[in-house]
Design a protein around this ligand. Structure first.
Ligand code: MLT
Length: 267
């Protein structure tokens, strides 16, 4: 199913509570394959490809090419996709990594659309100077390097030592197939993202945080302190995983999501 801009996987019972799965960078809804299969018996699962990623086309202007250098456009695209599907009630939004930055942005811009929140392998802090510079270097260089080189550069930070080879290979293939313009735009948008730490204590909806025990990008310590700042939140650590928990330990991630969805939808 396509919204005006985004391609969205939309499966599960039409009258069930909705969960929206937001992918990381520079990935696509494909990273949620196992969770979509595991959850769609009981929930309506939406997994959009953010603009320029997966099957969603890259649109010039807006966030594209650093047009407004922000994640606002990604959040607004998700709301437009929900509108196009006729979904106006609050949903559970589960954001992984960059998708988590988008989820926090959604919470800031469209709080009425979120009834429960999952922050997975993500951070509330903004980039430091060094990380921002690295992002901008990639945004500049990716057109020349090509996306396959981005896959090579990112790989060491994405996976823990126990990652299945198939997950590593499939992730690399998705990155290699990503439009370099989308990679550049997303890096600029992430480099410009605000610090959301101050938002955390005001989150009053049911919230789950999920960290991979060996995540080098959003560490257990960083995510634990986010959880401590969100009143009443739940925090789960996934064993045997680095950053890419949904593909490294798909069953464990699906299990914690099911538990959380059951509890939060019944509240
Ligand atoms: C991701 O997995 O979405 C990215 O690693 C996030 C980031 O670069 O901060």
């Amino acid at each position: 199913m396509s919204s005006p801009l985004l391609t969205v996987i939309d499966v599960g019972p039409r009258d069930a509570a909705v969960v929206v799965l937001l992918h990381g960078f520079p990935l696509s809804s494909a990273m949620w394959r196992e969770q979509i299969a595991a959850l769609s018996d009981r929930w309506r699962v939406l997994a959009p490809d953010l603009r320029g990623f997966g099957a969603s086309r890259f649109a010039e202007g807006a966030v594209a090419e650093g047009g407004d250098d922000s994640l606002d456009q990604y959040a607004d695209d998700v709301v437009a996709a929900l509108d196009a599907l006729g979904i106006s009630e609050p949903t559970t939004v589960c954001g992984f990594s960059m998708g988590g930055y988008v989820a926090l942005n959604l919470l800031r811009r469209h709080p009425e659309r979120i009834g429960a929140l999952v922050l997975m392998g993500t951070l509330a802090t903004a980039d430091g100077d060094a990380q921002r510079a690295t992002r901008l270097k990639m945004a500049e260089g990716v057109h020349e390097w090509g996306s396959a080189r981005v896959a090579e550069l990112m790989r060491p930070k994405l996976f823990g030592p126990a990652a299945p080879q198939r997950a590593i290979d499939e992730t690399a293939a998705v990155i290699a197939a990503t439009d370099p313009r989308a990679i550049a735009a997303a890096q600029r948008a992430m480099a410009a993202r605000p610090d959301s730490t101050g938002l955390l204590p005001s989150i009053v909806i049911p919230t789950l945080l999920v960290a991979g025990v060996d995540d080098a990008i959003s560490t257990v310590e960083a995510m634990r302190s986010m959880a401590a700042a969100i009143p009443g939140s739940r925090f789960e650590v996934i064993d045997g995983a680095g950053h890419m928990t949904p593909v490294e330990q798909p069953q464990a991630v699906s299990d914690v999501l099911r538990d959380f969805l059951r509890a939060s939808n019944d509240q």
